[in-house]
Design a protein around this ligand. Sequence first.
Ligand SMILES: Nc1ncnc2c1ncn2[C@@H]1O[C@H](COP(=O)(O)OP(=O)(O)O)[C@@H](O)[C@H]1O
Ligand SMILES: [Mg+2]
Length: 231
Amino acid sequence: MLIDIKNLYKIYNEGHESEVRALDGVSLQIDRGEFVAIIGQSGSGKSTLMNILGCLDIPTYGDYHLDGTDVTELSDRQLAHIRNKQIGFIFQGYNLIPALSARENVELPLIYQGVGMGQRAERAMESLERVGMAERADHKPSEMSGGQQQRVAIARAIAARPPIIMADEPTGALDSKTGRQVLEILHSLHEDGSTIILITHDNGIAATADRIVRLSDGHIIADGSREEVGL
Ligand SMILES: Nc1ncnc2c1ncn2[C@@H]1O[C@H](COP(=O)(O)OP(=O)(O)O)[C@@H](O)[C@H]1O
Ligand SMILES: [Mg+2]
């Protein structure tokens, strides 16, 4: 089991009037090599769940084992280490650094991993090629379209070759045609063996996943194939 969470809670302002149970007793198992879409209305807890799955945040209560490691027991430094090794992140807003070229943006996670300069450049170019952006390697984000920026962000996510890709509304800011191209890249990474966790509020995009998990008010209310969840 790659991801194993049991009875997970994320409670903001616990005990106060403003208490929010963003995750209210969630259990979820994901195997290596799955393509899982997480859907649900705005505020249902999707991003909170991804932030915890991605070791960017910790639960208030509950168990989370990632690749056999109990991550609720780890220090911030250990969490950062596991995150860098295991997970590539893609966000709706691309989160590229404006002052850096595409290649430099893709090299960043490799710098954190201590990869030497020559190998860094090589791997960054490989990753840019993988998403069809090699010829834009020297362009800054402001010189690229939204879809191109998201492809560079995907290249950055895969540069360190993490086994898991987590994408939070990666097509949310794109028109449907460009969004489909980004989705196709995620599917091709899946075919090459990556485990993909894709958050989306777009049912058409979610319907391309092998497995769909539907959240509502911090609960999983459906989990299964497209037919099983009624998409
Ligand atoms: N830092 C926070 N402090 C208080 N409430 C939060 C915080 N982050 C998220 N929430 C609340 O938790 C719930 C789930 O949010 P979120 O996971 O962002 O939902 P989604 O991604 O599905 O739109 C929402 O009610 C949101 O307002
Ligand atoms: Mg969200």
